[in-house]
Ligand binder design. Sequence first.
Ligand code: PBE
Length: 273
Amino acid sequence: DKDINYSEAVDYTIIGIEPGAGITVTTERAIDQEEGYESLAGWNLEQPSTTAMVTELEAAIADEEPIIVTGWNPHWKFAQFPDLKYLDDPKGIYGEAENIETLARQGFEEDNPEAFKLIEQFYWDVEDMEDIMYESSETGEDIDDVARQWVEDNQDQVSEWIEGVEEGNGEEVEIVSTPWDSERASSGVLAAVLEEHGFDVTVTPVDVAVVFESIANGDGDATVAAWLPFTHADFYESVEDDVVHLGANLEGAKIGLVVPEYMGIDSIEDLEP
Ligand code: PBE
């Protein structure tokens, strides 16, 4: 409904997620007057947990209330609520479709060439990741367990990742990750495959900044949690020369401002300061 002032209706507030997430940093930049985002001048960005954001989103949709959240794909909420959409972002601060990419520490390939090779060969689709996230949210089953089951059920795909990789002998592999469901799914699947293949794997979820720091300083061996080239651009640039970049493990990720269709607004530029 174009006659409603949605900016006022949502109290000039975007429901975001945790401080330190790439999407939080990007949204703060837009609000802090990056050129072309005058429509967001003076807006507030709430920074609750992702779980709390989703709860608020569910409540708003149940009552057909207006709400603007920070959203991303892959995420099960797009399967659960088909009427969600991204607001157009004509100045492109949130970027286009991007990849989730794999990074390793320098020296990891020499120290553990077989685990390195397996991690380098890990590649899957948005649908695979979303299946795991959606099943976990529907059944309440822990993502790690769903991920392990997925590995059992998808041995065809797994066989491509382990091609030419020799069995490990209990060598330790430190995977660093972030706490979001998307990365719990990918790191969980990768860990299950590595373990099946004889490696002793630890997955440590940390803040985004720490993911990049720990690969650069060698505390972690590898991560499959880098959203590039947009969402984690700043974090990546600061360590670029100190990490080994193994390319995409998933193509077609995206972030932005998300609203329910019933609000009838299309663009960030439809908002008012
Ligand atoms: N996310 C999910 C994270 C990365 C994974 C989009 C919320 C972010 O840094 O914004």
